[in-house]
Design a binder for this molecule. Structure first.
Ligand code: CTP
Length: 398
């Protein structure tokens, strides 16, 4: 198989030095890399370093007299299997969002029809600015994959959201995208994620420890396989950056139920990984409850079971995957849930497994299918677990 071609666009931000590592990561994993920079980027990194690492000539000047025979912004746009802009300053984001082409990189971006990954990097105040946010949204709508930024220490001395995503993460995201076999292209996948918050009064709620990470990893893995994903999520700080993921934010079990029921008929695969509250206060107090009494009784009523409702109405050609979080008699309880909720697969999490379940970046699961087959994973990163679950989903929807 011939090497995949990556064009890395570097713009003028301090994070440009990290892009040198990005070039190395792609080169050492067998990719061909060409680099396009803005003039400002060369204030931070030198052409010699870039050309030595990429083993290709750097492209920065659109009117280089030595290069007159080739229209570089067009030939590079065609040569690329994908384009990454890292770091992407507010300037290049704004230019590409609005179709401005006044240098080598912005012109090449407009000319390519290949997947584009943008890794913003800037001061936190700049990143929060309404026009920058609007431009990023425009890029998402154009189908760009936005990677990061992360929160943390910024070069200007402050701390906030604006740090470029680490090169390893950028590499991993792009590498996964380019190497997925698009087994779910044309399919619609609905995923629930996170906790739900059931309001007691305007300031208090009943929630749980779910971070939503497992659901977000599943959404990313399904989107990487080419699916059109709807991610219905309870409150979480997580962000998702995939062009194929449509995110719907909800608070309560009832809102999650309503959102899911509205779209379920059009879905091919439904994965219910949310930790939905089983009970909700019968009434939400209109004002903050005062501590005037020595005790407080809350009357709770059952929420609707989304998984079971969908299980009842699903069609033959729809695949339904539920989760079971158990602390004892795990396999027995999970198998019972599989049948009573009419799921096709139950993914069992045991809170007895160290490093698995809530609030961890890792998980260990058992997948139980309707015909009694069991697949057991070792303890691994939730992204890897998500890919295992998607592998099984792909096999079952063939
Ligand atoms: N689930 C759901 N709607 C609910 C409750 C749960 O869709 N109101 C889904 C979860 O997303 C998960 C599965 O049902 O996929 C099992 O959730 P779990 O909490 O393990 O089981 P419960 O059905 O709540 O049963 P129990 O709490 O008695 O174990």
């Amino acid at each position: 198989m011939s090497a995949k071609h990556i064009v890395i666009g570097i713009t003028g931000g301090i994070a440009a030095y990290k892009s040198l590592f990005l070039i190395r990561l792609f080169k050492s994993n067998g990719y061909e890399v060409k680099v396009v920079t803005t003039r400002n980027a060369l204030e931070f990194v030198t052409p010699l370093t870039i050309e030595t690492l990429s083993q290709n000539k750097l492209y920065c000047d659109m009117f280089d007299p030595a290069e007159t025979r080739d229209v570089h912004h067009i030939s590079m746009a065609d040569w690329a299997d994908c384009v990454i802009v890292a770091p992407a300053t507010a300037n290049i984001i704004g230019k590409y969002a609005h179709g401005i082409a006044d240098d080598a990189l912005s012109t090449m971006l407009l000319a390519t029809r290949k997947p584009i990954f943008i890794a913003p990097a800037m001061n936190d105040k700049m990143f929060e600015d309404i026009s920058v946010q609007h431009n990023i949204e425009l890029l998402r709508q154009k189908g760009c994959h936005i990677i990061g930024p992360q929160s943390g220490f910024l070069a200007c001395g402050s701390s906030g959201t604006g740090r470029m995503e680490e090169p390893e993460k950028i590499f991993e995201t792009v590498h996964r995208h380019l190497n997925s076999s698009q087994r779910l292209a044309g399919k619609k996948v609905m995923i629930t994620a996170g906790p739900t918050y059931e309001p007691i009064d305007p300031v208090r709620f009943i929630g749980n420890h779910s971070s939503g990470l497992m659901g977000f990893c599943l959404a990313e893995a399904a989107a990487d396989e080419g699916a059109e994903v709807t991610l219905v999520t309870g409150p979480t700080h997580l962000t998702c950056q995939h062009a194929n993921i449509h995110r719907v934010d909800v608070q309560t079990a009832e809102q999650m139920f309503q959102q899911c029921i509205q779209i379920v008929d059009n879905q091919d695969i439904m994965i219910m990984s949310a930790a939905v509250a089983d009970f909700t206060p019968a009434q939400t107090a209109p004002e903050k409850i005062k501590k005037e009494h020595d005790s407080l009784d809350l009357h709770l009523v059952k929420t609707k079971d989304i998984l079971a409702t969908i299980g009842k109405q699903k069609r033959e050609n729809q695949l339904l995957i539920g989760f079971a979080l158990e602390t004892e008699n795990e396999i027995e309880n999970a198998t019972r849930k599989l049948h009573t909720k009419n799921a096709d697969v139950i993914v069992l999490n045991s809170l007895r497994d160290k490093g698995a379940g809530f609030g961890t970046a890792t998980n260990k699961v058992r997948m139980i299918t309707r015909d009694g087959k069991t697949f057991e994973s070792e303890l691994k990163d939730k992204h890897a677990i998500a890919r295992d679950i998607l592998d099984l989903a792909c096999d079952l929807t063939q």
